[in-house]
Design a protein around this ligand. Structure first.
Ligand SMILES: [Fe+2]
Length: 331
């Protein structure tokens, strides 16, 4: 393992970047008495390290509760976002501070960029570990530019030409509800939200809702301009689902009734090989560091995809979405 330790700013801000791991800043000695003051004092250095490496794990800040995470995050991002159109339910733990997405502990959450299908995308994500699981459960990150370079050119070309489609089905029984997704659960409220964001809606006879939206698959980073594979094409596709769960959902809701599915922008379905190829490239480019209680990870959501491993034990990760950017609707 090659260690390429480097100093991003004057001592003691020394970021270690090791193969296979995200950049890590370890605060030696006792934790800062006031993590909010530490964040305020080190904001520029933290953001510079995130700009350089795509993500930074700060170890030793000793964050213990959601309120502290909220106050620290407000020092590190310009604007804290309210989540809309999330793909899974979250609890609100404090103002602007959410639980990680509800997802079965024994199922990994594959690489994705948060809200990559939406028009308002958080540029910065903060994850804080309030309870570390007994095993597994790391939040992996992968560089979208490196993933783009590693994918087969023919696969990239087609998605770049066509974009990708996200299909969603909102039901009373599975997944995120209308009010949580759109901020207003009334039919008029949902329609008003979607009309301004290019989301097409079909109301079913029983009141359930089907939605469809198109997004670019490859995006230039809003600051660096570097192109990256920025989407949730593989993660939200039926071929990423555990086969037992996929069959159950299809039996229950029909072939077109899955809570999520993705297609080529032309409407054509994806085959299993395409999805497997994308997930395999992500696996190869995953950087991981097991969580320790009190850790904070700041992630550039445009630059880095993130994932969650399966885990055992209690895992409490607080999440803040920050710095919304409006993504061009070029499709
Ligand atoms: Fe996520």
């Amino acid at each position: 393992m090659v260690v390429t330790s480097q100093t991003t700013q004057a001592e003691p801000f020394e970021v270690a970047k090791t193969d296979g791991r995200p950049a890590v800043l370890t605060l030696d000695g006792p934790a800062p008495a006031d993590p909010v003051a530490w964040a305020a004092g080190n904001r520029d250095a933290v953001r510079a390290a995130v700009a350089e490496h795509g993500a930074l794990l700060v170890r030793g800040l000793d964050l213990r509760d959601a309120q502290s995470v909220g106050r620290v995050s407000r020092e590190l991002v310009d604007q804290v976002m309210t989540e809309r159109e999330g793909f899974a339910t979250r609890e609100v733990w404090a103002d602007g501070v959410y639980s990680s997405s509800e997802w079965p502990a024994d199922q990994p959450m594959c690489m994705h960029h948060e809200l990559s299908y939406a028009r308002q995308v958080p540029a910065t994500l903060l994850f804080a570990c309030l309870a570390a699981p007994e095993s597994g459960g790391a939040t992996g990150v992968a560089d979208s530019h490196e993933v783009l370079e590693a994918l087969p050119p023919s696969l990239v070309d087609r998605f770049e030409r066509e974009g990708w489609l996200l299909d969603r089905n909102y039901t009373d029984t599975v997944g995120v509800g209308l009010a949580e997704s759109f901020g207003d659960g009334t039919r008029a409220g949902v329609e008003a939200y979607c009309a301004t964001r290019g989301i097409e809606l079909t109301w079913q006879a029983n009141g359930d809702l089907r939605s469809g939206q198109k997004a670019p698959a490859v995006l230039s980073h809003p600051v660096s301009g570097r192109r990256g594979w920025f989407n949730q094409i593989a993660f939200l596709n039926e071929w990423t689902l555990d086969p037992v769960i996929r069959e159950y959902l299809k039996f229950e809701f029909g072939d077109n009734g899955l809570p999520f599915n993705t297609r080529y922008g032309s409407g054509a379905p994806l085959d299993e090989d395409t999805v497997t190829t994308i997930n395999a490239v992500y696996d190869k480019h995953t950087l991981r560091e097991p969580w320790r209680e009190g850790d904070l990870m700041v992630v550039d959501n445009f630059r880095m995809a993130h994932s969650r491993e399966a885990y055992e034990g209690t895992r409490r990760i607080a999440v803040v979405l920050g710095d919304p950017v409006t993504v061009p609707s070029s499709f």
